[in-house]
Design a protein around this ligand. Structure first.
Ligand code: ADP
Ligand code: MG
Ligand code: MG
Ligand code: MG
Ligand code: MG
Length: 446
């Protein structure tokens, strides 16, 4: 075993871990677990754990159904909540190996991200990513089913002290801290019941692992307060939805920020501007991957701090990409404001990175920043500035994805095919449904 794996075995002993949750994600970003008793750890590291991949969304064709999980020892973390108050579990994030070829399975989202990271590495870069996930906390009814009643208002909770939300949030932050997350900020958001927890940027793979675990951890920790945490992008109409702004920068392998330039008006280097140009160029296709649900597009509408227009800005927050003010060179970065927390973090980051690298490789020109509030532009003014809009719904986004070779290639042949198929089906299911809005609007009118 590797030294790192040996260290994990020691920690399993020291911390009395009972079960290991071997985790990976399907195409949709849902965390899948294979749970094994902790005494299987040595075997898991030495031989991997075999499972039948045919039951996992988008994973396989029939002939590829035997998969092997290879736990990555650097991802070991004891879970800060206990089942039944007694059982201690730890997570290990795994790579998925195709047992027929013995090679990494090309449909494993973590592999898709590693491909993007490898390409950046070949170009001499290390990618840093920092997310700002938002979520709502809702009350559960007597049966434990989630409602859309925000928890900091209403009924029973009127009696509770005002800082109830703070209690839950500090529990969540404390739990994340125990797992090794470096939480930089946590605050109540604009909407009632809405929260944001930002954790420190890391290399892109660690950040994707973190986001996957974050969603599971927040839900589990909120459930201990009988609350349902949801990362659904727009659970309540006509108030702010939940996004996951994603900050990106390229460093050299020695830790120097390639995005920073002291002499530039915006402190952005030529490389940063090309990367940014790549993001803007591929923005419509990226939307399918970073905003992959029907509901995502209820968030991407004007007026609620979510982006709609393909432009960048150093001063206002209506643009798709913002250049945040950076006090030190290490903090020079760009912020993509469209992603929401319903996406698969591995695929979303892979797509963003490959789009940006394409901008560098093809020497794309970065447009000027737009320093006015784009929400207030009329169509004529948008045309004058050459500002396009993001896809209006999941169907348009999937069309844009299919038409974009760079982003399709970012996902790879297996995943892009399965993703497009799954998302077309999802949009079709939505189109044939009849919503409550239609009933309310038409049932008694006609
Ligand atoms: P906002 O102003 O949009 O609220 P925040 O300050 O809340 O932004 O979020 C900052 C995020 O950017 C954090 O996740 C932080 O770790 C991350 N970040 C800081 N520097 C970098 C960098 N060089 N590369 C990538 N992410 C970074
Ligand atoms: Mg923030
Ligand atoms: Mg913020
Ligand atoms: Mg926010
Ligand atoms: Mg932000």
């Amino acid at each position: 075993l590797s030294r790192e794996a040996e260290t994990v075995l020691d920690r399993i002993d020291e911390e009395d871990v009972d079960f290991l949750r071997l985790q990976f994600t399907d195409i949709l970003g849902t965390v899948k677990n294979v749970s094994v008793p902790a005494d299987q750890a040595e075997k898991a590291f030495a031989e991997g754990i075999y499972f039948d991949g045919s039951s996992i969304d988008g994973f396989v064709r029939i002939q590829e159904s035997d998969m092997r999980l290879e736990p990555d020892p650097s991802t070991f973390a004891v879970l800060p909540w206990r089942n039944n108050g007694r059982v201690t579990s730890a997570r290990l994030i795994c790579d998925v190996i195709d047992t027929t070829s013995g090679e990494p399975f090309s449909g494993d989202p973590r592999r898709v991200l590693k491909n993007a990271i490898d390409r950046a590495h070949e170009m001499g870069y290390k990618i840093n990513a920092g997310p700002e996930p938002e979520f709502f906390l809702f009350q559960e009814d007597e049966d434990g089913t989630a409602t859309t009643e925000t928890h900091d208002r209403g009924g029973y909770f009127d009696m509770a002290p005002k800082d109830l939300a703070q209690d839950v949030r500090s529990d969540i932050v404390y739990g994340l801290d125990e797992m090794g997350f470096e939480v930089e900020a946590s605050h109540h958001e604009v909407a009632e019941g809405q929260h944001e927890i930002d954790f420190k940027y890391e290399d892109a793979l660690t950040t994707a692992d973190n986001i996957a675990t974050f969603r599971v951890a927040v839900r589990a920790l909120a459930a201990q307060h009988d609350l349902h945490a949801t990362f659904m992008p727009k659970p309540i109409p006509r108030i702010n939805g939940s996004g996951m702004h994603t900050h990106l920068s390229l460093f050299t392998e020695d830790g120097e920020n390639v995005f920073h330039d002291d002499d530039d008006e915006f402190n952005l280097s030529a490389i940063a501007k090309k990367f940014l140009a790549g993001i803007l160029e591929h923005a419509p296709a990226l939307t399918a991957v970073c905003n992959p649900t029907v509901n995502s597009y209820k968030r991407l509408v004007p007026g609620y701090e979510a982006p709609v227009y393909i432009a960048w800005s150093d001063v206002n927050r209506s643009a798709l990409v913002r250049k945040p003010a950076a006090r030190v060179p290490a903090a020079s970065r760009i912020e993509l404001r469209s992603p929401d927390p319903s996406g698969n973090p591995y695929l979303a980051l892979a797509a963003m990175i490959q789009a940006g690298l394409d901008g560098i490789e093809n020497d794309l020109d970065c447009p000027d920043p737009v320093r006015e509030n784009i929400y207030e532009f009329d169509e004529e003014k948008r045309e004058e500035y050459g500002i396009e809009t993001l896809p209006a719904n999941l169907g348009e986004a999937v069309d844009a994805l299919e038409a974009d070779e760079v982003v399709m290639d970012a996902l790879g042949p297996h995943t892009s095919e399965k993703f497009v198929e799954a998302k077309r089906q999802e949009f079709q299911d939505y189109l044939v449904d009849v919503s409550q809005w239609e009933i309310d609007r038409y049932l008694e009118t006609f």
